[in-house]
Design a binder for this molecule. Structure first.
Ligand code: 4AD
Ligand code: MG
Length: 450
């Protein structure tokens, strides 16, 4: 008896799978190649009804297709289902694809069979809604053309960086996310109750990547980083994706060269793979193909001079460059550039000091067109005594840094590294106003929903 039921169930499943296959669905993009009779499925992006005809703009991940449904060509119930549903219902259409110069993309589907798969009645996103509302319904807004374009470019970048580092013989490593110590100072740490101990969410995988160079030479990590940022700016998130690299035997100049090659490679990939998406966002592939090595390099001292002479902004030596100054310095540029040789005082404890100066081998990569800091990197302090002195000077409790000091005790080597926020890079590449649009579910001081 039980066996019989099982066989019947199996048969039912196989039949439904056959039914599924029989329709032979193609993506919208494939339909343009195939032409003739096609079956497509996706979501209703736009819908308009006119005297027994329904015009649907169907979207799927590959593109958009204009479809015409005539009341006398399909089953009455199927026509009524379409009438009843709003945008974002999911549908399956079978029909004849015809060339039509008036249609977007030059094709039109004359529908012969229609089925609403998942209904959508009164989709909540209509026109002209506030930014806050769109963040509340982010789970639905991610279907919009703008967000779809950005997320496709984001995916290209994630693949491209891995492709670049594989080509350059780096090893991908996975640093810890739960950490005992700060890497970027105490003020932006998210504490975590870790059983009976206090731990933190990682601000940067740098220190763990430094460990790995002694085994693997050149390493990178692509992981989330967390910053308890209280500032509400267009370039800060509390959770972001951090691309970081660390290389044995590299100095600051070597490291800057690695980064310019990577950024240029990523831009070229996006130009090649996402011309349509760039168009949606107001960029052209040519803008990105122009991002070629070498990028300009100016010293911190030169940056102060430019600010004073060109923009009448006099900053005392030793001040950090804020968003305002980075904007001024980059607003007329089209290609990212480096500022290097910052005062030691304003950079983290691990930056290596230049001999006989108050400057360190540290740099920022500045995004053009006013975008500002994209990346920070530099040569690391590799002498144990110097590192100890720095930690003590900054009153950093040593107990959780002993493992890090061991790296300077056993076979220390000159080395350099960097960290670049994927969202900062994406914000500039996609020419976006706010960093919130670069990540599916932005986390800021005021938002951790949905
Ligand atoms: O400049 P930061 O703080 O440097 C570090 O964390 C180093 N330990 C990195 C390293 O050398 N491995 O952060 C590096 C980059 C910034 O240049 C920026 O692109 C990004 O991380 N970033 C943020 N992105 C979004 N929201 C935030 N709150 C960010 N803070 C830093
Ligand atoms: Mg920085």
């Amino acid at each position: 008896m039980e066996k019989k039921e099982k066989t019947a169930e199996k048969e039912k499943k196989e039949n439904s799978e056959k039914e599924f296959e029989k329709k032979d669905f193609v993506s919208v993009k494939e339909a343009f190649q195939k032409k003739g009779s096609v079956s497509v499925r996706g979501w209703i992006k736009r819908k308009r009804e006119l005297k027994g005809k329904i015009f649907v703009l169907l979207r799927d991940p590959s593109g958009e297709l204009q479809c015409i449904i005539l009341s006398d060509k399909i089953q009455k119930k199927d026509f009524e289902d379409l009438q009843k549903n709003s945008i974002e219902a999911s549908v399956e259409f079978k029909g004849i694809l015809k060339e039509d110069s008036r249609a977007p993309n030059g094709f039109e589907l004359i529908v012969e069979e229609s089925k609403v798969i998942g209904e959508s009645l009164n989709f909540p996103i209509q026109k002209d809604l506030s930014e806050e509302f769109l963040l509340d319904v982010r789970h639905l807004w991610l279907r919009s053309s703008k967000m779809q374009a950005i997320m496709k470019i984001r995916s290209t970048i994630m693949y491209a960086v891995r492709e670049f580092y594989k080509k350059e013989n780096y090893f991908e490593c996975s640093p810890a996310i739960i950490t005992p110590n700060a890497c970027e100072g105490g003020t932006t740490l998210f504490p975590l109750k870790y059983f009976n101990e206090k731990r933190f969410l990682s601000q940067s995988g740098q220190m763990y990547l430094e460990v790995m160079i002694f085994s693997l030479g050149k390493v990178f990590g692509l992981t989330p980083s967390f910053r308890a940022e209280k500032s509400k700016t267009a370039r800060h998130l509390t959770e972001y994706w951090h691309l970081e690299g660390e290389c044995a035997w590299m100095n600051m100049e070597d490291q800057m060269h690695e980064i310019e090659k990577m950024v240029s490679f990523v831009c070229l990939k996006v130009a090649e793979e996402n011309p349509e998406e760039l168009k949606v966002l107001g960029r052209t592939p040519a803008d990105l193909k122009a991002i070629q090595v070498p990028f300009a390099r100016i010293s911190y001292d030169e940056a102060l001079e430019v600010l004073e002479k060109k923009y009448k902004q006099k900053l005392p030596w030793g001040s950090d460059l804020s968003i305002k100054e980075e904007k001024l310095l980059s607003q007329d540029e089209k290609i990212p550039f480096f500022i290097y040789g910052y005062p030691t005082e304003i950079k983290a404890f691990y930056a290596k000091e230049m001999p006989d100066s108050k400057k360190c081998f540290s740099f920022d990569l500045i995004g053009p067109e006013g975008y500002g800091e994209l990346c920070t990197g530099g040569q690391r302090e590799d002498v144990n005594q110097h590192m100890l002195k720095k930690l003590k000077k900054e009153k950093i409790p040593l107990e959780n840094y002993n493992w890090y000091l061991d790296l300077r005790k056993y076979g220390s080597v000159p080395h350099s590294g960097f960290g670049i926020g994927i969202e900062r890079l994406l914000r500039w590449i996609c020419k976006l106003e706010s960093i919130k649009d670069t990540i599916p579910f932005p986390r800021t001081m005021n938002r951790s929903y949905p």
